[in-house]
Design a protein around this ligand. Structure first.
Ligand code: NZQ
Ligand code: ZN
Length: 385
């Protein structure tokens, strides 16, 4: 295990019927901007509850942060924040709204070069101040509610950013707020959270027992309770476990002191940018093919994954690996995610364009060891046809 620092200041407010506690979470004298997406928050009554819980505070609204939030949309909110002297941002939604709000928080104190906030990859954005923000999660998936990351669409490409200044002050995780989700969004969320764990866990053996066992626990929980939540809207106990799994998958804890491989995400982001396929779904399409291509490279961890996550104890090591990857793909398929590119009309030409876009973005040396080249990306995608 490598040396590490771990710090996570986000207060988690977990459970049913907790929106009324907003009054204690948001500073009393704050002028608040509530930010949300295309309308689900209004349609299902969440906005009214939030406003009533915020009491006498001055509250403004910003509606219309789209999935895979666009720089231009967020800049409209930045103008509003600056004009109205907003001093607290409240994101209500899924990853897109939370990420968008983080960007707005960072941009709020800037006066120019807003787009340059997006050009630092996973290095911390070089700004000194950000507006404080809180989150109300309506879609368990990204873990944005308890981390420092965001992903913004700019010039039709997806740009990740990172800053410790945008740790949410608090995040409310009320499973009841997710009951209105369309089924496919639950499936996307389960796949996204599952693959967040995989990207931090399925690398090389590093004798990081706590991280490995937490990771395996989250994967097993997603397999059990993610699947139940997908099938049964009434099982609130399973939904609670799913929700906490998604947050735990990307709040930094399982990734401390270990190698990480974000290849599936980097390929997936390009697929979303080009074809508009939802984030979690792109990952589920790519991962099985990536694992098959990299099965020698990731051999030790794949055996561990087979034995401890899928309980595969019979057969040779090679058989265990094959079975584990097949079971992983079947798990995604059981959530009605089709894991073949042809289903999404992605042909050889589209694969070539995707690869050349990745090259333009500098995504040429992926994986935990930096040896996953674009030629290997091509093999992975061709095998997923
Ligand atoms: O806009 P509305 O009407 O609210 O509809 C949304 C949206 O269309 C709907 N939705 C959300 N909660 C709902 C609901 N519909 C009914 N009932 C509810 N309770 O769901 C749709 C998708 O929402 P979105 O926020 O886009 O989904 P998700 O949470 O999957 O976020 C995806 C974004 O997060 C980024 C992705 O790249 C993508 O842009 N990621 C952020 C990460 C992070 N910050 O750490 C890591 C991830 O790997 C990911 O890259
Ligand atoms: Zn993700």
């Amino acid at each position: 295990m490598q040396n590490f620092d771990y710090y996570n200041p986000t207060q988690i407010v977990f459970g049913q019927q907790r929106l009324n506690e907003l009054d204690n979470l948001v500073p009393k004298d704050a002028k608040v901007l509530v930010l949300f997406g295309g309308g689900s928050v209004k349609r299902f009554g969440t906005l009214d509850k939030i406003k009533s819980s915020l009491g006498e505070r001055e509250v403004l609204e910003f509606c219309g942060i789209e999935a895979n939030p666009k720089f231009e949309t967020l800049m409209q909110a930045v103008v509003l924040v600056q004009k109205e002297n907003i001093d607290f941002l409240l994101a209500v939604g899924g990853g897109s709204v939370m990420d968008g709000t983080k960007f707005i928080a960072l941009a709020a104190n800037e006066t120019s070069k807003y787009n340059e906030l997006l050009f630092h990859g996973f290095e911390a954005v070089p700004v000194e101040k950000a507006l404080p923000l809180g989150c109300i999660v309506t879609l368990p998936a990204t873990g944005s509610e308890m981390n420092t990351f965001g992903v913004i669409t700019y010039n039709e490409q997806k740009y990740p950013f990172n800053s410790p200044l945008v740790f949410p002050k608090f995040s409310v995780l009320d499973p009841d707020l997710t009951l209105t989700l369309p089924k496919e969004q639950i499936a996307n969320g389960v796949a996204d959270a599952f693959i967040h764990v995989i990207e931090q866990y399925l690398t090389q053996p590093q004798n990081a027992k706590i991280q490995d066992r937490f990771a395996e626990g989250i994967l097993k929980t997603l397999i059990e309770d993610g699947a139940i939540t997908y099938k049964d809207n009434n099982d609130i106990a399973a939904r609670k476990n799913f929700m906490w799994s998604a947050t735990s998958a990307l709040n930094g804890l399982i990734g401390v002191g270990v190698m990480q491989d974000w290849s599936t995400h980097m390929i997936g982001h390009e697929m979303t940018a080009m074809f508009g396929i939802a984030h979690g779904r792109t990952l589920a399409i790519i991962l099985p093919s990536l694992l098959r291509e990299r099965k020698d490279h990731k051999r030790e961890k794949l055996i561990q994954f087979a034995e401890r996550v899928w309980d595969i104890t019979d057969g040779t090591d090679d058989e265990k690996i094959t079975k584990a990857i097949d079971k992983t793909e079947s798990f995604f398929n059981s959530l009605d995610i089709i894991t073949k590119l042809s289903h999404y009309d992605i042909d050889d030409n589209a694969i070539e364009t995707l690869i050349s876009n990745m090259e333009k973005m500098g995504l040429t040396q992926l994986s935990e060891t930096g040896d996953l080249t674009l030629d290997i990306v091509r093999k992975i995608l061709v095998a997923a046809k």
